[in-house]
Design a protein around this ligand. Sequence first.
Ligand code: C2E
Ligand code: CA
Ligand code: CA
Length: 593
Amino acid sequence: MPYRLYDLKKHNSGLLDLLTEHLPDMLWVKDLNGKYLYVNKAICDGLLMANDTKEPLGKDDVFFALRERKKHSDKPNWHTFGELCFNSDQVVIDNDKAMKFEEYGNVKGKLLHLEVYKAPFYDENGKTIGTVGTGRDITQLKNIQSNLEKSLEVLKIQSEQLEFQANHDALTSLPNRVLFIDRLNQSIKISKRDKNSIAVLFIDLDNFKEINDSLGHHVGDQILIEVSKRMHSKMRLSDTLSRFGGDEFAIILNQIDDNDNIANIIVNGMKSFKEPFIIEEHTLHVSMSVGISIYPYDSADANELLKHADAAMYKAKHSGKNRYSFYNEDMTKEASKKVYIETELHKAFKNDELLVYYQPQVDAIEDKIIGMEALVRWEHPDMGFIYPDEFIPLAENMGLIVELDKIVIKKAIEQFQLWYKMGLNPGKLSLNLSIKHLEEEGFIKYIKSLVSDKSFFTKLEFEITETQVMRNPTQSINILKDIHDLGISVAIDDFGTGYSSLAYLKRLPINKLKIDKSFIDNIPNNPEDSAIAKTIIDLCRSLSLDVIAEGVEKEEQKEFLLNNKCHKIQGYLYSKPISSQDMEILLNTKNNS
Ligand code: C2E
Ligand code: CA
Ligand code: CA
């Protein structure tokens, strides 16, 4: 219903005054020039700063705007309310209809936000003679709304961060397994359409655990970051590099045309690992084992491709590390065997399925047993005899190696003390240990608890691999010194395969070097290996260290060693590792004859 001046006059009774006076909403009537014809108390108090409802009559918003501006002349950029109002009055008149606006401006030094309704106002003949309006203070509402918007923005950022965290590895910021599978599914879709292949690479760093254990997690973490950078630099933008946690990485290579191409990419990638990593004061050599599965030949399913690549990686690791291997079906069987072995290993401890075998170490001149190496065997009720190469790496990964070694040590020491009591003279007992064991506080205590007489320490020898000792030689010196002081000998196992520094070798409290089987295998025919073996023997002589050759199988190898003054020998030529019963017989015949 249009408003008429006539209506206003007619109804401007006491009741209407009372009503408009007490309404919290602002009410006004203006003529065509924007001059106030009527105002209620709310607009006088809240907007116009007028003393009473008479004062604004005949004045326009510009007047009040200027007055407001003068009061706050220190804020020249202020936009006052009145400056806006005039325009919206015109819009209503031009459109000749009631309209809603949101208007804001500064009043009493504060920003005021109004929700305004305006409508044209007619005379008795229906001619537009002004506007009527109502205004409601929605400042608080607006503030809440803007706070809400800000909170939503923060929430959005947080949820983006959360989503990133859910899909990425915290250490390297690389995609994690979840995102990897997602991307692989995408790649499979595209490859299906474009009819090309994808290679899935499963990568595991070799000996990373040793770095972590010997140098600490912070060094391990830095290695992982550097490794991921180096890998990334070798990849195309379209490929995905992901870290699954620990030292496991995976890669999607898209649009692969043939296996040679993949092999080239991998060989190139591996070459970039020839350069050592320099982390703090450590120079570290890191290599990796890589397994590869191919879409669509090995599978069309993302999870299965990954599983196959994992199985292939396991194969690469077991064929000697620092190499790659393509998936084939036999590997699935091996992989499930691995899972089976893992579950069975827990039971092995409980059911006492671990045995210790002994391999004699012989003085080849005297033809006498001078000691023996304790080597663990697992006699499984269904799988039969299992060799350590199959379960030691699993035990290490499962955190069971300390417990396993404790069992071996206990059995071997008890056996040895018994043999001594029996007068069998078995010589020295060599135990395979990781340097991590020696760092454990309770470890020496444990050994002491097994030994009835302290003089037995001189009958013990700990074998620690060269790689482990050289990872952190200064730390090793301290640890080995304590062992040495007890009278226990220390031998460096697999010598020649690590990166020994002569300077450290001289300072290490060690007694013996064990020439690795890989050099013995090819003597005397291979001149390089023969030269290495000879050099190690000479080195021992100049450092006053004992030397033993392991893996001696042939008479000619023994001859070569004897000619070069290494007469301590361990290998199939004399005996394979044998049970304690067989060893007892051997000791009886050989050492007591
Ligand atoms: P290792 O310490 O280098 O032990 C020598 C390995 O070479 C043994 O294999 C032994 O049977 C084998 N070997 C000795 N002479 C010859 C030979 O003339 N020809 C050939 N072909 N092989 C020979 P095994 O018993 O299978 O042990 C493999 C590895 O498992 C060991 O290598 C050692 O690193 C680890 N290991 C064995 N027992 C234990 C244990 O109780 N605790 C720990 N932590 N590791 C163990
Ligand atoms: Ca050994
Ligand atoms: Ca060895």
